[in-house]
Design a binder for this molecule. Structure first.
Ligand SMILES: [Zn+2]
Length: 385
């Protein structure tokens, strides 16, 4: 393949720096979308377009229009850098420190976004056409729930064979992540003046015992062979009263479960085992306004593509050919926009150069040698998938 890899990497690094230098908090992605659209135009993509919600898209055409597209998905937004003085370089500088690019979004997700764009550009530079259309899809508002991804998938007007998520995977292939289930659990008592506690029933005592017992019982929750163990975290605790001299009539806790092996029903049964009869499972903690806790046997995933899937096998072989070594199969701890594509039966894998441990941290970085390796993996995939 006739391609100057050094020049490609250099351009990709430079683009990453410009992306980092263009802040793009949720709802403020427009300027970044314009920057990306201009880059795609200048790289001679066949089609470049923005949609109503502000997502930016670019397509290069394949030789066989009967094949579904390969979609490269990343998001445009990032989390707040927080106190700038905690950073060793200004967070929106994209400074190169040794062999890393440092700045807000370097890892999650502007470095991987640049690799996706420049691996597509690489084919055009080498005068090659992929077999199928390759579409870049940069979506808004991932960090606050995924309205951009939802809009994209709801309005899809072309066939998709595979979506590659650019969320940090350390150049491994991420086959999924756990899903979220939240539940409010309430203990009822009888409220009295705090000076005569013996006349009432204070629900804070069973609540305290429940939270202790929950910690001890967490080992009863089952694990998924690839996506890992189900976890539970008590998050918000509330009582009915705002008065410091009244014992509460009720107290409730929100439990946040991350699961790939439990259903809403099995989680509810787990809570009943731990809490006994005195607890009331109230409602779904994710919903506002409150809705009843779901009564379903379906396993709760974020997304999951089994290792045996033929698309995984094909993508893995090509990525390995490009990188020159094995691409391990793994999974994400965090959730991604991939979960919004599950109801539409799209097949997803994650593949990107940056490391999950660098997402949302001060001095977030991406390794430049890993970007090169990832460019090689992407180009091999795009060319022959
Ligand atoms: Zn991300």
């Amino acid at each position: 393949m006739n391609l100057d890899w050094d020049a490609l990497l250099q351009d990709c690094v430079n683009f990453t720096q410009r992306l980092i230098q263009t802040p793009s908090m949720p709802f403020e992605e427009a300027q970044l979308a314009e920057l990306i659209a201009a880059e795609l135009q200048q790289l001679n993509f066949d089609q470049v377009w923005l949609d109503e919600i502000g997502n930016v898209n670019g397509r290069i055409r394949g030789t066989d229009p009967s094949l579904g597209a390969l979609v490269l998905n990343t998001h445009l937004d990032h989390v707040d850098p927080g106190e700038p003085s905690l950073w060793s370089v200004p967070p929106y500088s994209g400074t190169i420190v040794e062999d890393r690019i440092v700045g807000r979004g370097a890892c999650d997700i502007k470095g991987p976004l640049a690799v996706q764009v420049y691996s597509m550009a690489a084919l055009l530079r080498a005068g090659l056409r992929p077999r199928r259309d390759v579409v870049f899809s940069g979506v808004v508002q991932e960090e606050i729930g995924g309205a951009g991804a939802t809009h994209w998938v709801e309005n899809l007007d072309y066939d998709v064979d595979l979506v590659m998520l650019g969320e940090p995977s350390d150049n491994k292939i991420a086959l999924g992540h756990r899903g979220i289930a939240q539940m409010w659990v309430q203990f009822n008592g009888r409220s009295v003046h705090a000076s005569v506690p013996e006349k009432g029933v204070n629900p804070n005592y069973p609540m305290a015992k429940f939270i202790q017992d929950l910690q001890a019982a967490k080992g009863e929750l089952s694990a998924h062979e690839l996506l890992g163990p189900t976890t539970v975290s008590p998050t918000i605790i509330e009582v009915d009263t705002k008065s410091t001299n009244v014992t509460p009539a009720w107290t409730r806790v929100c439990l946040d479960f991350r699961t790939a092996s439990e259903s809403h029903k099995s989680l509810q049964a787990f809570v009943r085992r731990v809490a006994g009869d005195q607890a009331v499972v109230l409602e779904d903690g994710l919903c506002s306004p409150p809705t009843p806790y779901p009564d379903s046997d379906e396993i709760i995933y974020g997304y999951y593509t089994p290792p045996s899937d033929e698309k995984v096998q094909r993508a893995k072989a090509l990525i390995e050919q490009g990188m020159g070594h094995e691409a391990e199969l793994g999974s994400y701890q965090f959730a991604t926009d991939g979960r919004h594509f599950v109801p539409y039966n799209l097949t997803m894998i994650g593949y990107a150069a940056s490391e999950e441990s660098q997402a949302h941290v001060v001095d977030e970085y991406i390794s430049i040698p890993k970007m090169l390796e990832s460019l090689r993996g992407h180009v091999a995939l795009l060319k022959n998938y």
